[in-house]
Write a protein that binds this ligand. Sequence first.
Ligand code: ADP
Ligand code: MG
Length: 324
Amino acid sequence: MEFDFIQRHFAQIGKSVEVNVGIGDDCALLQSPSTLAVSTDTLVCGTHFLENDDPYLLGWKALAVNLSDLAAVGAKPLWFLLALSIPELNAEWHEKIHLFAKGLNECANTYKIALVGGDTTRGAWSMTLTVLGESQNALLRSGAKEEDDIWLSNEPGWAAVGLDLKMNPHSPAHCLPSHLKERAQNALNRPIPQVNLGLTLRGIAHSAIDVSDGIGGDLAHIANQSQLSAHLFLQNFPQTLKKALPQHPQYVLEKMLLGGEDYHLLFSAPPTQRAHIEALAKQFNASFYRVGVFKKRAEEAIFLWDEEGKRLNPSFPLKGFEHF
Ligand code: ADP
Ligand code: MG
């Protein structure tokens, strides 16, 4: 691709982080401080975003969802690569990419990560980002222990409600008051990767995952990889959505348990850490929710219990978003 194009839009993104050789040569040269955490995610037009989505927000989100993977293992962001494919290089696309790069840059500067290289090709609009971070005492999906509490770092389901507002004109989401609609739209468009929380949870939590495909699926990953069963108690879930949509309890349950793209952390920690974790929530100016506990492995990965202590069999399978 035009060298000019790359220089113009991508040469300066997240510059503050140390890079020996960055954009402009055949390879980037980087001094690795320790074990590296590496992850990659692709966003495709028509699958993950729409042609007319705000390119600035898309730039933010493309990096934020990748940073969320670093957050989930408790890694410190260092560098990222961007493989971009765009249909053409006319004035309209220059403007789009200019705004996209602006969103990318804002996210990169917020989380102190530098763009060190990539590739640019002609094709249907899509982007693949690869992030690298410094990893020590990584938080893994396989680390949960029996009797660990199950914590959420935020209210689940809001991004999924935001997606409904955007895509489904008949969704109960349209009954929400405007400030809650705004909250849902923000959750969808401007996810906040929990980088600092992930770093802080090292040595406190036993396991963690970022909620990208819905609690049902993501919690099942921890349960399966730790060979335990997760027990979730509905009365411990946040009540905001439920109170705002009293006529639609099933809808609320579905969004909270299966809604994807929240990019908050779900983590497990021993009960001895409860006070510590509550104090952390205050420090992060957030509410954490202790929604369940891990027990010995039984026939299911996840058991759901209602307010009366009765086991619930929701009318939908407790699976997360399936990519195919
Ligand atoms: P090559 O022919 O070696 O693949 P390119 O012309 O694709 O070189 O890229 C030139 C330089 O620009 C390389 O350093 C590459 O990492 C960087 N680069 C290309 N596309 C992007 C992009 N979308 N974002 C960041 N850096 C890019
Ligand atoms: Mg190339």
